[in-house]
Design a protein around this ligand. Structure first.
Ligand SMILES: Nc1ncnc2c1ncn2[C@@H]1O[C@H](COP(=O)(O)OP(=O)(O)OP(=O)(O)O)[C@@H](O)[C@H]1O
Ligand SMILES: [Mg+2]
Length: 227
């Protein structure tokens, strides 16, 4: 049988025996120990663990925002321990999308321009970027609030803007941190369906305390609190 034209078997992300400590002048906080995980195109991983166990930290490391204290990692063939910050920033812009746990919307931009930010940063003209953003906002049920700023939106509405922003550019890796935590059950199911439909061949890591969301992923990884 010939391989599927869409599925490239190279993992999108490899984390190998990762440790992470938050270190500042006053203290060292050990968070991750000996974490190994790899995610391939089309694979959907549910990342579970108690509050404070390091799930959001893992997403930081996976996207090259934090260098692991020990261990090794690779994102789309780029070494997460030795690539330059510029190289990793490029990779994030072009191939990685993140739905932040606290949304991280730009307070002075409208919903439409928040959702259009990634194509804009990639150099796409404003009208074309906004067209993509409008389409994504429509799909998350936010077409009626395009000109609202984040402070003029409910929590669940802000979360849907963050989801639309992540879906606009068809990333190869989606890092979704409690992506439906502010939504009701019906919307949650719709949004999970949408993410899977829009990104069928992306590698997806979803942090969620919700068993219904975890059940929609193909695999589960549990982490424990270190200290
Ligand atoms: N800048 C920092 N300096 C020191 N410790 C930190 C820092 N940021 C996070 N931590 C600690 O690291 C641990 C892991 O944080 P992280 O945000 O990754 O947890 P989490 O699993 O995502 O939790 P939650 O489910 O509550 O979102 C926490 O105990 C937190 O207090
Ligand atoms: Mg977190």
């Amino acid at each position: 049988m010939s391989p599927s034209p869409h599925i490239d078997e190279q993992p999108v992300l490899v984390l190998d025996a990762i440790a992470y400590d938050y270190v500042d002048r006053r203290r060292t906080v050990p968070v991750l120990r000996n974490l190994s995980v790899s995610v391939s195109p089309g694979e959907r991983l549910a990342l579970l663990g108690p509050s404070g166990s390091g799930k959001s930290t893992i997403l930081d490391i996976a996207s090259g925002l934090r260098r692991p204290t020990a261990g090794w990692g690779q994102l789309l063939g780029h070494d997460l321990t030795s690539s330059s910050p510029g190289d990793l920033a490029n990779l994030r812009l072009n191939s990685v999308a993140r739905i932040y746990q606290d949304f991280q919307l730009f307070p002075r931009l409208s919903a439409l321009d928040n959702a259009a930010i990634v194509p804009r940063l990639k150099g796409m003209p404003k009208k074309q970027s906004r067209d993509l953003a409008r389409d994504a906002l429509n799909r998350v049920g936010m077409a009626h609030r395009l000109d609202h700023r984040p402070s003029q939106l409910s929590g669940g509405e802000q979360q849907r803007i963050a989801i639309a922003r992540a879906l606009v550019t068809e990333p190869l890796l989606l890092l979704a941190d409690e992506p439906t935590g502010s939504l009701d059950a019906d919307l949650r199911d719709e949004i999970v369906d949408l993410i899977i439909e829009v990104l069928p061949t992306a590698a997806i890591i979803t942090v969620s305390h919700d068993p219904e969301v975890a059940a929609r992923m193909s695999r589960t990884v549990r982490i424990e609190r270190t200290a």
